[in-house]
Each structure stands twice: as structure tokens, then as C-alpha cells.
Design a protein around this ligand. Structure first.
Ligand SMILES: NC(=O)C1=CN([C@@H]2O[C@H](COP(=O)(O)OP(=O)(O)OC[C@H]3O[C@@H](n4cnc5c(N)ncnc54)[C@H](O)[C@@H]3O)[C@@H](O)[C@H]2O)C=CC1
Ligand SMILES: O=C(CO)COP(=O)(O)O
Length: 323
């Protein structure tokens, strides 16, 4: 008899809820840890996923897992450390958030490694809007872990025909892709909000990928990862999909709303807000030039406005494309 995998999802935001639904579809026995489980019961519409009712196959709980085959951490990046610290090291842990820790400049796997030095660890990332995953629409993503065989084994636990989870042993490239795409999406949204045109957006996206490539190279990520699902794939989705919160944050800023008000008006977390300054600092520490990330950081901090942002990027010397 084959064993039914027990998957614990920590965090009942949009992404945690959608991942719990996906894990149930993959045949797992699923528990979903919510900070406020009273708002979630079988058949009731889920708070962070309007239009979707909680399937009866998912157990919502305020009890942290004591036994599991896989734990998915699906909280916002800036709460990963505190959330993970509550979880017993009883199973492989996968960080499903995208971003850089503001205070330390660390990526999700680095945060987890500090807390769980002896556990199997990984990250999950890719072009995935939660509401589409919840609806069971076709999608693909990457599960990366330093050990290729572990990555494949864990990815298999969540894979279904409609959700194609590829394995990778380049967590650095995968995490940088997920972090940077949110910052570039703010730039893309701002360009559209300020009516700079589709050409400007395409240029920002492409130059954003060039910044990501330089940063990833400096930090030991592999170039092919950036052309994959967690790199270009997610950047394309987030810079063009109207459902993206980071894109919508940029759109509002481009239309003249100050960043704090624009962020407050959003439903849910826009990770690029905290990640932009963290990524910029990381780039500076490694002597990597990242003008798009620097400009977004200035826009978010309110130290420059949209006109100055545009002026600064356009005033840069035009050299060789891949210099
Ligand atoms: N929503 C999406 O389409 C996708 C989101 N992600 C990533 O998943 C992560 C979580 O995002 P969402 O689920 O969309 O968030 P969300 O915006 O739907 O919900 C935020 C969640 O954070 C929780 N939270 C708030 N304060 C907290 C605290 N102090 N400690 C712990 N948890 C706290 C809230 O209870 C809520 O569950 C982010 O890193 C995001 O980039 C990744 C792929 C898709
Ligand atoms: O990560 C996402 C899609 O892959 C979700 O993007 P937003 O966080 O910008 O909504």
C-alpha cells in the first residue's frame, strides 16, 4: 500500500490557501495552518481567495505540525523568520515566499538554513497567480533545493498534470528571480501608470533582467535559471498581469499616489516594497550596477518622484548592450 503524503501548509494567505488546494489535488493529506482559523471552515469562501470555498479535504488548524512529509511556508517574506521559528523541524521545509529579508539582506533559504541547519530545505517559485492555481488552471513552477534528488522527490509530492513542478538545484538563481521580478514589476507598473508607453515597459523589463543576471552571477546563481520559470517566466507574468499586486502598486505610484498610500490601498502584500531596498543594498555590497532597482528604491522611499525617476534612467549613458 502506498503511503498518503502529509503536507502541512503554514500561512493561509492567498498563496498558502492555493497551495493547500493544489496539495490536496495531488492526493496529499493536507493541513493548513492559519493565524486566525475561525475565519475558515469547509464550504465557506476563503478570506484571501474571494470566489473560492474551502474544500472539505483540507483541515484548517491553529496547531503546528508535529508529523509531516513536507512543510510549505507560505507567509510573506518579512515574516518568514518569525513564522518558521515556531515550526518543529519534523519534515523537509520549503519556503514559498518571494523576496529578501529587509533587515539582513538574506534570501529565504538562508533564513531557513540558520534556523534549521540539519533539515532538508528548499524554495518554490514561478509564474503563479494564486487564484489561477486555486482554480486548477495549467501552470508550472520550480522547486529548488541544493540536492537535486531531494528537489525532484519533493516536487513530485505536489505535481499534477495541470501543475508542473520542475526540480532545480540552483536555489540562488530561483530566489533572486522571485525577489527581483517584484521590483521590476513595480517599475513596469509605474511606467504604465505614468503613460510612458509599452516600449518603455518592455525596455524596463529587459534591462531589469540584465540587472538580475549581473546580480545572480555575482551571487553564484546559474544563468540558465534566469531564463527559466522563476526568472523570465515570473517577470513576464508579474510585469504584464493586471492581477499582480506589485504591478498595481507601481501603476498607482506612476499615477502620482505616494508609495505608502498606494501600498495601503492594496489587498494583500506587495513584496517588492521591502525587497527593493534590500536588493539594492545587496547589489551595492557586491558592486553590481542595478539602475532599475535603485530607481524603484528611490520611488518607494519618496526620495524621487516619477519625473525624476524617468529623467535619471534616460540620462544614463548608452553603451554596449551586454557590457
Ligand atoms: N498571491 C500570489 O499569487 C502569490 C504569492 N506568492 C508569495 O507568497 C507569499 C505570501 O503571499 P500571499 O499569500 O499572497 O499573501 P496575502 O497578502 O494573501 O496574505 C498575507 C498573509 O500574511 C499573513 N500575515 C500578516 N502578518 C503576519 C505576521 N506578522 N506573521 C505571519 N503572517 C502574517 C496574513 O495573515 C495573511 O495570511 C509572498 O511572499 C508572495 O510573494 C507567491 C506566488 C503567488
Ligand atoms: O508572485 C506572483 C505571481 O507569480 C504574484 O505576484 P504579486 O505578488 O505581484 O501579486
Amino acid at each position: 500500500m502506498t503511503h498518503t503524503a502529509r503536507i502541512a501548509v503554514i500561512g493561509a494567505g492567498a498563496w498558502g490557501t492555493a497551495l493547500a488546494m493544489q496539495a490536496a489535488r495531488a492526493g496529499a493529506d493536507v493541513s493548513l495552518w492559519a493565524r486566525n482559523p475561525a475565519t475558515m471552515s469547509a464550504g465557506r469562501v476563503m478570506p484571501r481567495l474571494p470566489g473560492f470555498a474551502l474544500p472539505p479535504t483540507i483541515t484548517v488548524t491553529s496547531e503546528l505540525p508535529r508529523q509531516a512529509d513536507l512543510i510549505l511556508l507560505a507567509c510573506p517574506m518579512q515574516h518568514l523568520r518569525a513564522t518558521a521559528a515556531m515550526v518543529p523541524a519534523c519534515a523537509p521545509l520549503i519556503a514559498c515566499c518571494k523576496g529578501i529579508e529587509r533587515e539582513t539582506g538574506l534570501m529565504p533559504l538562508q533564513v531557513l538554513t540558520g534556523l534549521f541547519p540539519h533539515s532538508v530545505l528548499g524554495v518554490l517559485s514561478g509564474p503563479n497567480f494564486a487564484h489561477e492555481i486555486a482554480a486548477g488552471l495549467p501552470a508550472a513552477a520550480v522547486l529548488a533545493s541544493p540536492d537535486r534528488a531531494q528537489a525532484r522527490r519533493l516536487a513530485d509530492l505536489l505535481t499534477t498534470p495541470a501543475f508542473r513542478l520542475y526540480a532545480s538545484d540552483d536555489p540562488t538563481g530561483v530566489q533572486l528571480g522571485g525577489a527581483a521580478k517584484n521590483v521590476v514589476a513595480i517599475a513596469a507598473g509605474a511606467a504604465m501608470g505614468a503613460k510612458l508607453g509599452e516600449n518603455a515597459r518592455a525596455a524596463l523589463m529587459t534591462r531589469g533582467i540584465a540587472e538580475l543576471a549581473r546580480l545572480s552571477h555575482a551571487l553564484g546563481g546559474r544563468p540558465e535559471t534566469l531564463s527559466g520559470l522563476a526568472g523570465v517566466g515570473d517577470l513576464l507574468l508579474t510585469c504584464t498581469g493586471q492581477a499582480s499586486r506589485n504591478y498595481r502598486l507601481g501603476l498607482a505610484i506612476g499615477q502620482g499616489t505616494p508609495a505608502p498610500q498606494a501600498a495601503q490601498a492594496l489587498e494583500g502584500v506587495a513584496e517588492g516594497m521591502a525587497t527593493a531596498p534590500a536588493l539594492y543594498q545587496l547589489a551595492q555590497r557586491h558592486d553590481v550596477s542595478t539602475p532599475v532597482i535603485a530607481t524603484v528604491t528611490g520611488l518607494l522611499a519618496g526620495t524621487i518622484d516619477m519625473a525624476e525617476a524617468s529623467r535619471r534612467l534616460l540620462a544614463r549613458p548608452v553603451g554596449h548592450e551586454f557590457a
